[in-house]
Design a protein around this ligand. Structure first.
Ligand code: UGA
Length: 452
């Protein structure tokens, strides 16, 4: 099919690349001149595993093209994706202006001299938008233009770090629309990706829009529930990992998104859960549930720092703390709403000296904390001379460090594992006091002292 994608940001570029890779002819429209030049030079402007290679392959073959010209890009398009930003406004509502502007531009570009286009074009909204938005957009476009279009909601469920895989091997494809013709069009578009007929789901616009918020809120809820459970685990001496296995093996619950830690982050969960609260308010209902998800997440980061202070047995003022991991999760350089932002801020406010390291996200974090933090290019040097290390991102590389060597260079060999990803036996053997979240600690050196 002939596909146009308006907006080559994260979602737009992944979608464009994946659709080109399954045989569609895809034109990506990007208005930002710098980003467009990068794309046209065959480079990928974002870090996402597997994307650069797939993008370059399809760009080289001509299956994927980039332009800033909407008119030429939509001339032959059967479907046009709108992948523009829908930022939240101060009052929590969604700023629709980019979406409306992009939709109007597409309609204007489609019209011939007689003010009409020759065939029906499907406009697909990928952006996460509150219930009612697709309907509003459709009505807006009908008033603004005589172009012959239908509007479809197609929320995305891509995870950063595995976006290419998520796009090419989707659990489900959700399509919100009003006409059977639009569903047929979308079925044809996604045909190569549909392994089970039930995974292609059609519903009305509002259901599709709310499905996206419900999915992210449910996943965030599972994490917040487990994070709250860690308080009980630490109080009663239980192990959150055993509980995770114990409940995750129940097929009604399932094992995913039950990992406790120092709080979820990213550009999606925090924004979408907050939006869900606003959507509830707009419906005249005060949601207790989504409010709790957010409160637990916020408290989790503060509790983590309080635990560091309590276990060190001294005020953080004057202490040096090493931070391993700044990205909101592994395999990304994205720091938006990352737990590290809050944890580092709390540590600094309490007067600690912070040394920080990440495998990909250092440059972004430097723009936030500038010279308030000491930036270190490798994790071993980051730990040297510190009173404790706090691990905040589950980069697998942190699990295989030379821990014996590291413990010898620290003022005190103490690790606070905010992602429960280090191996307790390795910690014990390397002489660390080790404090995971919601799991029994390893207090080697204390025990040694008692024995003496
Ligand atoms: C999330 C959803 O998983 C995607 O399905 C969705 O498409 C995307 O938001 C979006 O709305 O665009 P993403 O933000 O990339 O994807 O990252 P996740 O892998 O979901 O992780 C989010 C946060 O939750 C991270 O900080 C991660 O460390 C944390 N997390 C995840 C946990 O604390 N515990 C878990 O068990 C899983």
């Amino acid at each position: 099919m002939d596909v146009t994608i308006i907006g080559c940001g994260y979602v737009g570029l992944v979608t464009a690349t994946c659709l080109a890779s399954i045989g569609h002819t895809v034109r990506g429209v990007e208005k930002d001149a710098k980003k467009l030049k990068t794309l046209q030079d065959g480079h990928c402007p974002i870090f996402e595993p597997g994307l650069q290679e797939l993008m370059q392959e399809n760009y080289a073959s001509g299956q994927l093209q980039f332009t800033d010209n909407v008119k030429s890009a939509v001339k032959d398009a059967e479907v046009v994706f709108l992948c523009v930003g829908t930022p939240s406004k101060e009052d929590g509502t969604v700023d629709m202006s980019y979406l409306e502007q992009a939709g109007k531009e597409v309609c204007d570009a489609l019209c011939n001299g007689d003010g009409k286009n020759d065939y029906l074009v499907t406009i697909i909204v990928k952006s996460t938008v509150p219930a009612g938005t697709n309907r509003k957009l459709y009505n807006f476009l009908k008033q603004q233009s005589s172009a012959y279009v239908q509007v479809v909601s197609n929320p995305e469920f891509l995870r950063e770090g595995s976006a290419v895989k998520d796009c090419l091997e989707p659990d489900r494809i959700v399509i919100g629309g009003e006409s059977p013709e639009s569903f047929r069009m979308m079925r044809r578009l996604y045909d190569p990706l549909i392994k089970r007929e039930e995974s292609f789901m059609t519903m009305n616009w509002e259901s599709a829009e709310l499905t996206k918020y419900a999915a992210n809120s449910m996943l965030a809820a599972r994490i917040s529930f487990m994070n709250e459970m860690t308080i009980l685990c630490e109080h009663y001496g239980a192990d959150i990992e055993d509980i995770r296995k114990g409940i995750g093996s129940d097929s009604r619950i399932g094992p995913a998104f039950l990992r406790a830690g120092c709080g979820y982050g990213g550009s999606c969960f925090p924004k979408d859960v907050a939006a869900m609260e606003h959507i509830s308010k707009s419906a005249g209902y005060e949601s207790l549930f989504v409010h709790a998800i957010q409160t637990i997440n916020k408290n989790q980061k503060r509790r983590f720092v309080e635990k560091i202070e309590q276990k060190l047995g001294r005020p953080l003022a004057g202490a040096t703390i090493g931070v391993w991991g700044l990205a909101f999760k592994a395999d990304t350089d994205d720091i938006r709403e990352s737990a590290a932002l809050d944890v580092i801020r709390y540590l600094l406010d309490k007067g600690a000296h912070v040394k920080a390291h990440d495998f990909k996200a250092m440059e972004h974090m430097k723009l936030v904390f500038k010279d308030e933090v000491e930036w270190v290019n490798d994790p071993v040097s980051c730990a040297a001379g510190t009173d404790a290390v706090a691990l905040l991102t589950d980069w697998p590389q942190y699990t295989t460090l030379p821990f014996r060597k590291i413990s010898a260079t620290m003022n005190a060999p103490i690790i606070f594992d905010g992602r429960n990803c280090l191996h307790r036996d390795v910690m014990r053997e390397s002489g660390f006091q080790y404090y995971p979240i919601g799991r029994p600690p390893v207090e080697n050196s204390l025990r040694l002292k008692q024995r003496v």
